[in-house]
Each structure stands twice: as structure tokens, then as C-alpha cells.
Design a protein around this ligand. Structure first.
Ligand SMILES: Cc1ncc(C[n+]2csc(CCOP(=O)(O)OP(=O)(O)O)c2C)c(N)n1
Ligand SMILES: [Mg+2]
Length: 331
């Protein structure tokens, strides 16, 4: 693992920020649990992929970015979209195919995007965000915006040709991009260990002359956040790209149509014991950073906002037939 020089001393995280990160993790959990409930009742068209279990891996990384930075997601993008603070009402409406959705109901769960919030979009094509990410990073470099791009993908994406091409191109051009592999151990039903011959994806970074970093406990919000603060600083200072990998686990099947027969109940239960939200709750209470009541109240409010998003989506109109012909070409 490469060592990066820190140009800023590690700073204490303000309580407000800690509580906000906790809220975002609750939002991800509550939102996806609710969508799962709705899928089972036939209220959601198309396929959805949940971020439940991966809350810390998403929030810790994105909370280290600053306003104006950009991200690309893969198909499992709800967690990243919520961490980028996309409006929950618009997200729920998008997932239900309503005209008030982030993409006017034309994208659905796998294509949530909000350019104003810096989310360049989720993507149904495995590895599809990588080319977009380095293109966006080249723009930041050429226009000297000082902004960086975080390219999020799973463990299964690292055998796509585009991974090798974009890692190499980002390296030779020193592009301001963080390649972030969220390793949940499976690409659908395929264990990562059966398709790569190194222990971890981040070890491949050296092949491109890029620093590789590893977050062994991707369910530890503080570990993820602190590592990303260091990486964001490194990349923003013009040092070129990094590849970072965190280990986490998805509690549900690959998608809503996955019976999950390739994992044992024991394995899933073991990971549920490593609940990232519970871990952070204990950390905040044990370090006298928040009380249990405060944290329960955050969760209660989060549930309320998720319920409000369902109401908003249900009351929203369907897209008109004519709107199918809008937004096809750029102005
Ligand atoms: C180019 C391409 N190949 C195959 C698929 C089918 N597919 C969808 S998700 C997926 C696995 C992705 O696994 P991973 O990257 O680990 O992400 P995770 O679902 O675990 O978050 C595959 C093979 C696809 N959508 N696109
Ligand atoms: Mg995976």
C-alpha cells in the first residue's frame, strides 16, 4: 500500500458534521428498506439494487468531498446519491417513474443523476462510469477548477477493459480522480476470489503507477472518512489519481430478483453483526459525542422524511407521452 504525504494535519471533526454523516447513513438504510418494501408490493417498476449494509463505505467517502466535486456511480447508486444529498422526494419519484423525479421519471433506480449536486449519474453498464469519470476529471484539470472526481464501482468491475484503459489514461495525464472499488465480495453470485488472482483489487494500482489504498473495515465510518480526507487532499493537490478499495457487504440480494442461494445465512448474519450504523452509534456514544436519544431522534426524523418522499412520489404525475421526445439532444 502506498503511503501518501499529508499536507494538512488531521483535524477534529465538528459534532455537526458527525451527526450529519450519521443522518445520511440512516437515510440510506431507511430509504432502501422502504423501497424494498414497495418493490415487494409491486409499487416500483424495474430492478433496484440496495445499499443496505454499505452505508459507511458510501457516506465516509463522499463526506470527504467538497461542494462542486463530482461522482459517478454504478448500478448500486442509491447510497452514493443520498450521500451527495440528492433530494429524497426527487429520488423516490424517479424510482417510481414519476415526472417529478431527478430525471423526470425516465431513468429509474439505475440512472439517478443530479448534475447540480455533482452526481453525474448511476450506470447500468458495469464499468460504464469510468470513462465518464476521467472525462470529467480532464475537464477539471483543463479548466483548472480545483475540483476532483470520485469514480465509484464494485469489486466486479475491475475485470472490465475500461478499468485498465481509464486507470492508465488517468495515470499518464495525472487526472484528479479517485477510483473507488467498493468490495462487497460478490459480482451478482460470483465471489471476487474466483475471478482475480491477487488478494485485493487495490494491489493492481501499481501496474499503472498509481498509489493503491486499502480500507480493511469499510463498515467503520471513521476509518473510511479519515482515509478519504487524506486521498482527497492528495488528488486535489495535483498528484494524479489513486485507487482505493474498501471491504463491506450488502445485506440483501444482488438485486430485487436475486434469491441469494450462493451465500449462507450464517455468512449474512455474521456481516449483520458488523452493522455500520450501529458501529457509528456506539462510537458517538462511547466518545461522548452524542447521546442515544439524540441519535434515535435523527433516525426518527430520517424515517419521517422517507415516508414523506413516498407520499410525494405517489401524489406526483406520470410523465406525459410528449416528454418521451424531450431531453434527447443537448442544447
Ligand atoms: C458490461 C456489463 N456486464 C455485465 C453486466 C451484468 N451485471 C450487472 S451487475 C453485475 C455485477 C457487478 O458486481 P460489482 O461490480 O461487484 O457490483 P455490486 O453489484 O456488487 O455492487 C453484472 C455482472 C452489466 N450490467 N454490464
Ligand atoms: Mg460486488
Amino acid at each position: 500500500m502506498a503511503k501518501t504525504k499529508k499536507s494538512t494535519a488531521k483535524q477534529e471533526i465538528p459534532k455537526e458534521k458527525l451527526l450529519h454523516m450519521y443522518k445520511l447513513m440512516c437515510d440510506i438504510r431507511n430509504f432502501d428498506e422502504k423501497v424494498n418494501y414497495m418493490v415487494k408490493r409491486g409499487m416500483v417498476p424495474g430492478m433496484t439494487h440496495f445499499s443496505v449494509g454499505e452505508e459507511a463505505a458510501n457516506v465516509g467517502a463522499i463526506a470527504a468531498l467538497t461542494e462542486g466535486d463530482l461522482i459517478t456511480s454504478n448500478h448500486r447508486g442509491h447510497g452514493q446519491a443520498i450521500a451527495m444529498e440528492i433530494d429524497l422526494n426527487e429520488m423516490m419519484a424517479e424510482i417510481m417513474g414519476k415526472a417529478t423525479g431527478t430525471c423526470k421519471g425516465k431513468g429509474g433506480s439505475m440512472h439517478i443523476a443530479d448534475l447540480d449536486k455533482g452526481n453525474l449519474g448511476a450506470n447500468g453498464i458495469v464499468g460504464g462510469g469510468m470513462g465518464m469519470a476521467i472525462g470529467a476529471a480532464l475537464t477539471q484539470q483543463m479548466k483548472k477548477t480545483g475540483k476532483i472526481v470520485m469514480c465509484c464501482f464494485g469489486d466486479g468491475a475491475v475485470n472490465e477493459g475500461t478499468f485498465h484503459e481509464t486507470m492508465n489514461m488517468a495515470s499518464i495525464w495525472k487526472l484528479p480522480v479517485i477510483f473507488y472499488s467498493i468490495n462487497n465480495f460478490y459480482g451478482i453470485s460470483t465471489p471476487i476470489s474466483s475471478v482475480i488472482n491477487v488478494d485485493y483489487n487495490y494491489q493492481r494500482a501499481s501496474a499503472y503507477g498509481v498509489p493503491g489504498h486499502f480500507i480493511e473495515d469499510g463498515n467503520d465510518l471513521m476509518a473510511v472518512y479519515n482515509k478519504f480526507v487524506e486521498l482527497v487532499d492528495y488528488v486535489r493537490n495535483g498528484n494524479g489519481p489513486v485507487l482505493v478499495e474498501s471491504l463491506t457487504y450488502r445485506w440483501y440480494g444482488h438485486s430485487t430478483s436475486d434469491p441469494g442461494k450462493y451465500r449462507t445465512k450464517q455468512e449474512v448474519d455474521e456481516w449483520k453483526k458488523k452493522d455500520p450504523i450501529l458501529k457509528q452509534k456506539r462510537y458517538l456514544i462511547d466518545n461522548n459525542l452524542a447521546t442515544e436519544e439524540e441519535l434515535n431522534e435523527i433516525d426518527r426524523k430520517s424515517l419521517e422524511s422517507v415516508e414523506a418522499s413516498v407520499k410525494f412520489a405517489l401524489e406526483s404525475p406520470e410523465p406525459t407521452l410528449e416528454s418521451a421526445f424531450e431531453d434527447i439532444f443537448a442544447d
